[in-house]
Ligand binder design. Structure first.
Ligand SMILES: [Zn+2]
Ligand SMILES: [Zn+2]
Length: 376
């Protein structure tokens, strides 16, 4: 990049030459928020400004480089190890200044709070449980604060000092990549697990980690209308974060058992009902299973195979509106495989009385068949 075309770094960040390190930091955050490609839909001009601000901040936030820049301008910086931001992806630029962006999105705390691990568990309910709100108590194990050391990792009575590795900051920077493209990445301090403290004697129970597996029992409320496989999130029931705050969540997956007679189709329930051909022909009152017990339905005379009787409001409630679905009873007419002699006799007599008038559909079929052969 030709040095002459570079804008003045103070001008880029919109600060006075006498600006304090804090003012420079605030100005850079503001510029980075304003020009971050995620917020400007990838507008190329914004990306240039975003990178320009990163470059200005890198120089002005480093006292030694700022002094050289103040004295000699851009020329004073050639040969120093500043990043070439124009060649970096915006996300990599974020990782270079990881701590200050952590602040920005974490609400201004001095340290970026590492959120604890999310956990997941499963609870099984019956189809009938889907009708109303239901509660289940769930027992699970999570890595939680050690009782002996209250999560600090130090044996009670042990001398606690500031961690030498991170200077009490809880985070360390390490370099990744190499040569020209080296970037610095901020991670939790491995020596103190992000707590910023070290001690002469590690806790005898947790060996210094500050965490022990613990059983926990919570009650989960399952709303009516839940679908098989949906999860309920219990906020803050996961594991504690590295700094002891901001727990993860517990995701409770709900499994709905299948029912022996009722099949779920959205909020409707489908029930297959076998009836005899005499019930279908003459009509009948028949008991069917529902989720709230047995109920009688009327099968009208002349019901055909596959016809559906709708039981309004006897299905499952909608998860959002609460409005109930229907139960659909699908009729299967069964033809007897065996007849005794009396039944056979009665059916023969019946067959002799049969004519086209009582079987309108088959009449239509035979009429069409006759026409078909007459055209041959
Ligand atoms: Zn402990
Ligand atoms: Zn440390």
């Amino acid at each position: 990049m030709p040095v002459a075309t570079k804008r003045d770094y103070y001008e880029v960040l919109g600060v006075e030459r006498s600006a304090s390190p804090d003012e420079i930091k605030r100005a850079y955050r503001k510029a980075a928020m304003q020009y971050h490609p995620d917020r400007s839909n990838g507008d190329p001009e914004s990306e240039v400004k975003f990178k320009e601000a990163a470059e200005a901040y890198e120089v002005l936030s480093n006292p030694e480089q700022r002094e050289r820049y103040d004295r000699y301008g851009h020329e004073g910086l050639s040969g120093t190890t500043a990043h070439d931001f124009s060649r970096m992806r915006p996300d990599d630029i974020f990782s270079v200044f990881g701590d200050i962006f952590g602040d920005m999105f974490g609400g201004g705390s001095a340290r970026r709070a590492a959120r604890g691990v999310d956990l997941q568990t499963e609870v099984v309910i019956s189809m009938a449980d889907v009708l109303d709100e239901t509660e289940r108590s769930i027992e699970f194990t999570r890595r939680d604060f050690c009782d002996r050391c209250a999560g600090k990792g130090a044996e009670p009575g042990s001398k606690v000092t500031t961690c030498d590795t991170c200077g009490g900051y809880g985070q360390v920077e390490r370099s990744s990549g190499g040569g020209f493209f080296t970037t610095r990445v901020v991670t939790a301090c491995p020596a103190c697990h992000g707590r910023g403290k070290s001690f002469t004697d590690k806790c005898h129970d947790c060996k210094g980690s500050g965490r022990m597996p613990k059983r926990r029992v919570v009650t989960v409320k399952i709303p009516p209308g839940i679908q098989d496989g949906q999860a309920i999130r219990l906020r803050g029931e996961g594991e504690p974060g590295a700094d002891g705050t901001s727990r993860g969540d517990l995701h409770c997956y709900v499994r709905v058992e299948s029912h022996p007679f009722l099949h779920r189709h959205g909020n409707d329930l489908i029930c297959v009902l076998p009836i005899s051909f005499t019930q279908a022909a003459l009509g009948a009152t028949i008991e069917v299973p529902t989720l709230r017990g047995k109920e009688e339905i009327e099968i009208p005379a002349g019901t055909q195979f596959g016809e559906v009787v709708r039981m309004r409001g006897k299905g499952l409630p909608d998860l959002r509106s609460g409005r109930p679905g229907d139960q659909l009873v699908e009729v299967r007419v069964e033809v007897p495989r065996k007849l005794n002699s009396k039944q056979r006799e009665l059916l023969r007599d019946f067959a002799e009385t049969e004519d086209a008038r009582v079987n309108p559909e088959s009449k239509g079929f035979f009429d069409k068949l006759k026409e078909f052969f007459e055209f041959e």
